[in-house]
Each structure stands twice: as structure tokens, then as C-alpha cells.
Design a protein around this ligand. Structure first.
Ligand code: SF4
Length: 523
């Protein structure tokens, strides 16, 4: 891959990747920041402070440097874990409570580097903060590359990055005005005469019921000291929609305290344009198979707990327990639907056999029992036992690592299930993602959901919050018990927490801090 000059071969064996036309100028900064000598090539003496002066960024210029593939992968995985935490809370109101919840989760998952961006005068914090800003900058561009491939991925990435930007705006309000200057956004300050002319309208708007905080009720006298920006209404749609600004002839009068809404809008527009440009250069990434493979698999990487079956585990199930477990609500909707289809048609197509077979393996069904289970179902219809042994047992043995590549394949996580394509007549995939709302509603009713909870889950799925919809369904069908991770990360997690209850939060977080991420198996 090259955005700039072709990088030289690395003497330590790795091939550095060039990020931009001004490559080979950042390594010293990175070493100062403690990322390690082996990660970057070709230094100059610029400082991190000069390169990353802003806490908040619009990520306009790609970073110019050579970076080792391993470092690239590490940074991408860190940001992916970070954005998935942001996603967990994406359906909440964006208020102080939201900021606190996200911050707590980020800190407990060992990702505080992505929010510790402000030295705030603490000793020895400065260098760490500039290192963190550099990490943030690099990881954004790496993930942007990986997530520019399809419409769905672009939409997800933009939405999570916008929420990240919003979070930082709320965490660091003192730097917002400086950002408008740094990026020369040209927001026009309202003249004193305009403020005077509309002072009553402005006071009424700012004191209106649409603004929750009443503690600083304004008067006509005090409004004269306030600063406002005049902005076209199309650039402040959020504020117009929520009736928080005074609008006159297409111009909104935005108080300086609401500048974050304008910046967020700018951020989103720029990122939307830039990610489309990134998508255009993707076909040129034909230099290195490892890079292409890494980028194309990134979105499917799983960053949660490992549900590959443990040979020493005492958790085992027998074929005859499968249907009762499904009927008692221990299976998530995706697995419930496949089990129901199997009971009705006595057959599953190839992708469903993979997805469902690996799930059953993960909850403790042994290989011999899996063969017994599927043979029992398939031979109830058109498949005779000889045909089953000839055509279907190989796939089951393959899942358990006994045939083919002999790999202990992991059960598929939600990301892997949600992002797969589902053909006509197939029942694999995630019902929240792959089924029409009416059909989904039918499945949910069968799972015992009704009333407000039913509508809430269907709406979440319609809005694209598939894993949140799944965890909401879990809560509604488990007497208020919540999943330990707020959104469903893995079908086997759903099963385990349904059957055994959730792990203690402290244990989950400790396990995550030490977690080695796992490559999702594709075959
Ligand atoms: S969110 Fe995950 S567990 Fe829930 S139905 Fe979709 S794939 Fe299955």
C-alpha cells in the first residue's frame, strides 16, 4: 500500500507501510512516546506536541510515517474495541450520565489512552497525552481504511466516530472555540446590533422548556454579554430540530455554549466526504497480501471473551436437551430460529450448519453427540442414514477440527453473524439484521415478547442497533436480568448468561484487560 513514496524494506524483516506523502518523519516522536523502536522507520526531530496540538481532530491529513504491520494491527484492534464500547451506549441520550458510563467502561477495559488527551497541568502527563493523541490519530486512519469498503461499514464507522467526537466535546468543552480557529471554520460571530435587535426572541428561546437547565435563566439585560454565532440552519439541524435556537431568515443564532453541535455536524460532513475518497483508493492496495487480508478481516474481528469450547470444561449438553433449552429461552433469536427450522424441515443449508453447529459445539455438545443430533433430525425427512454419513458428517468433523485443516474452530461472534450475507431460503444470519420487521416481530412474539418491550426491540433493529435489540430482548425475557456487556457480543455469551447468570463485572473486566483478540475463522 502506498499513499506516498514506496517505503524501504525494514532491516528487522517487517515491511513498513507508508501513510502519506510526507512519510518518514515521525519515528522519533513515536519513540519518545514509548511505542518502541521497532515500530517506525525514518525519523526526524519534529515533536509530538507540534504535530498533534489539538485534543479534538477532524482527521483531515493522513499521518505521514512508516509503520510496521504489527503496530498497525494493534492500533486498529484497540480502536475497534474502543468504538465497540461507544456503540454499546449509542442509543442513550447524550448527556452527562452517558459521558460517565462510557468513560467508566473505557477505563475498565484498559483503553483510557483514547480519552486521556488533556495534560491539565499534571506532572509527567504531557508526554503521555501527546502520545495518546498520536495513537488516536493513527488508529483512526487505519480503521477508516478498513471500514471504507462497504456502505454498511462506512455508516457504522461514521456513526461511532461522530459519537466519539461528541464524547470528547463534552469532556473537553474548553477547547472547542480553539478548534474552530485551528480548522478555520469561519463561523461568523453575530454583531452586537443583531443581538440587541433580537434580544427578546433570544431570551425566550434560551429560557424555553426545550432547554432543560433552568439554573441560569437569562434576562434581556444579561443577553447582551452573551456571544452568538450566526450559522445557516442546514449546519445546525440538531439544534433546529430540538428547537434550541432562534432562527431568522435561514440563520440560527447559536450560543457559544452550543458550539459542539456545529462542530459535530462539521465533523460528520467531513468524515463522510473523506471516507468516500478513502474507498476510492482501496483498489490500489495491491502491494501486500498481508495488509489486504488484515484490512478485509478487521470488521469481523471479535474483541470479547473466548467461547471456543474448553476440553476441561464441565459444561456439556446432550442432544435431547437442545430443544428444551431453546423452548426455555436460553438461545438467542438467531440460534432459536435455526433450531425451529431444523425441527420443522429436518434440514439446514450449508451456512446454517456451520453457524449453528459451531454454536452447539461452544455450548458443550461433543462431536459424537453432534453427529447423533443432526443425523436424528436429517433422517426424519429425505436423507437416509448412508447419505448422511457420506455427505454431512465431514462438515461436523471439520467443525471440531477432526477433518480438513484440523483447526479447533471458534463459534461465530455477533459481528461475524451480522456481517455475513444470507441467501434466499437460508436461515442463518442475525434475525435483527436479516429479517423484515414484520417477520422479526413474529419471531419475537414466539420468543415470549409482547407490548412495549416488543415495539422497543423492533424499533432498535429498524434503527440498525442489532446487538442492542438482542440484549433488550434478553432483558425482557429474563425477568429484567441484563447481559454483563450491555449489548450482545456473542450468541454463546447469550446462552451462558441465560443458563448460568452473568459473570461478575469485575471478573469480566479483568479478563478483558488480559484478553488476546482472536482472528475470526473464515472458511
Ligand atoms: S445479536 Fe448476536 S446473538 Fe443476537 S440474534 Fe444477532 S447474532 Fe444472534
Amino acid at each position: 500500500m502506498s499513499f506516498g513514496p514506496t517505503p524501504k524494506n525494514n532491516s528487522r524483516g517487517g515491511t513498513p507501510k507508508s501513510f502519506g506523502p510526507s512519510a518518514r518523519n515521525i519515528r522519533k516522536r513515536v519513540i519518545k512516546a514509548g511505542w518502541g523502536n521497532d515500530d517506525f522507520e525514518n525519523l526526524d526531530d519534529l515533536t509530538l506536541k507540534e504535530k498533534y496540538p489539538n485534543i479534538l481532530n477532524f482527521y483531515v491529513e493522513p499521518p505521514g510515517c512508516d509503520i510496521r504491520l504489527e503496530t498497525m494491527e494493534t492500533l486498529a484492534m484497540e480502536r475497534l474495541r474502543f468504538l465497540r464500547i461507544i456503540e454499546k451506549y449509542s442509543s442513550l441520550m447524550k448527556n452527562e450520565e452517558w459521558v460517565q458510563k462510557v468513560k467508566d467502561d473505557i477505563n475498565s477495559n484498559g483503553l483510557s489512552d483514547y480519552i486521556n488527551l488533556q495534560p491539565r497541568g499534571l506532572a509527567n502527563r504531557e508526554e503521555t497525552c501527546y502520545r495518546n493523541r498520536a495513537k488516536d490519530y493513527f488508529s483512526h486512519f487505519i480503521l477508516r481504511l478498513a471500514y471504507s469498503r462497504t456502505d454498511d461499514l462506512r455508516r457504522w464507522f461514521i456513526s461511532m466516530e461522530v459519537d466519539t467526537f461528541r464524547l470528547r466535546c463534552m469532556m473537553f468543552p474548553e477547547v472547542l472555540e480553539q478548534l474552530t480557529v485551528a480548522y478555520n471554520l469561519g463561523f461568523q460571530k453575530a454583531e452586537k446590533d443583531d443581538v440587541e435587535k433580537f434580544k427578546e426572541d433570544l431570551v425566550n428561546t434560551l429560557n424555553s422548556t426545550y432547554r432543560k437547565s433552568k439554573k441560569d435563566n437569562l434576562t434581556v439585560e444579561s443577553i447582551k454579554d452573551k456571544e452568538f454565532f450566526k450559522v445557516r440552519f442546514t449546519e445546525a439541524l440538531d439544534l433546529v430540530r430540538t428547537r434550541k435556537v432562534f432562527l431568522y431568515q435561514g440563520q440560527c443564532f447559536v450560543p457559544i455554549s452550543d458550539i459542539q453541535h456545529l462542530l459535530t455536524f462539521q465533523f460528520k460532513s467531513l468524515l463522510t466526504q473523506n471516507i468516500a475518497l478513502t474507498a476510492k483508493i482501496l483498489p490500489n492496495l495491491d502491494e501486500d497480501d498481508r495488509l489486504i487480508r488484515m484490512l478485509s478481516e478487521l470488521d469481523k474481528r471479535y474483541t470479547g471473551a473466548d467461547y471456543t469450547v474448553d476440553k476441561n470444561s464441565k459444561d456439556t449438553i446432550k442432544p435431547e436437551q437442545i430443544k428444551p433449552l431453546k423452548d426455555n429461552g436460553a438461545f438467542p433469536l438467531c440460534m432459536r430460529y435455526m433450531q425451529t427450522t431444523l425441527e420443522k424441515t429436518h434440514h439446514l443449508k450449508y451456512n446454517s450448519r456451520l453457524q449453528y453447529g459451531l454454536f452447539l459445539k461452544g455450548i458443550g455438545l461433543s462431536m459424537d453427540d453432534a453427529i447423533r443430533f443432526f443425523r436424528g433430525e436429517f433422517t426424519k425427512a429425505h436423507v437416509d442414514p448412508e447419505k448422511f454419513d457420506k455427505e454431512y458428517t465431514y462438515g461436523i468433523r471439520y467443525n471440531y477440527g477432526k477433518d480438513g485443516k484440523k483447526v479447533n474452530w471458534a463459534p461465530w461472534n455477533c459481528m461475524r453473524v451480522i456481517t455475513q450475507s444470507v441467501g434466499a431460503g437460508e436461515c442463518n444470519g442475525c434475525p435483527y439484521r436479516h429479517h423484515d420487521p414484520d417477520i422479526l416481530r413474529g419471531h419475537l412474539v414466539q420468543s415470549g415478547l409482547e407490548g412495549d418491550a416488543l415495539n422497543q426491540v423492533v424499533n432498535l433493529a429498524k434503527e440498525g442497533h442489532f446487538q442492542k435489540a438482542c440484549s433488550t430482548q434478553f432483558k425482557a425475557t429474563h425477568k429484567g436480568q441484563e447481559l454483563s456487556t450491555a449489548i450482545t457480543e456473542h450468541p454463546n455469551q447469550y446462552y451462558q448468561e441465560s443458563v448460568n447468570g452473568g459473570p461478575k463485572v469485575a471478573e469480566t473486566n479483568k479478563a478483558r484487560a488480559n484478553l488476546k483478540t482472536e482472528r475470526v475463522n473464515m472458511y
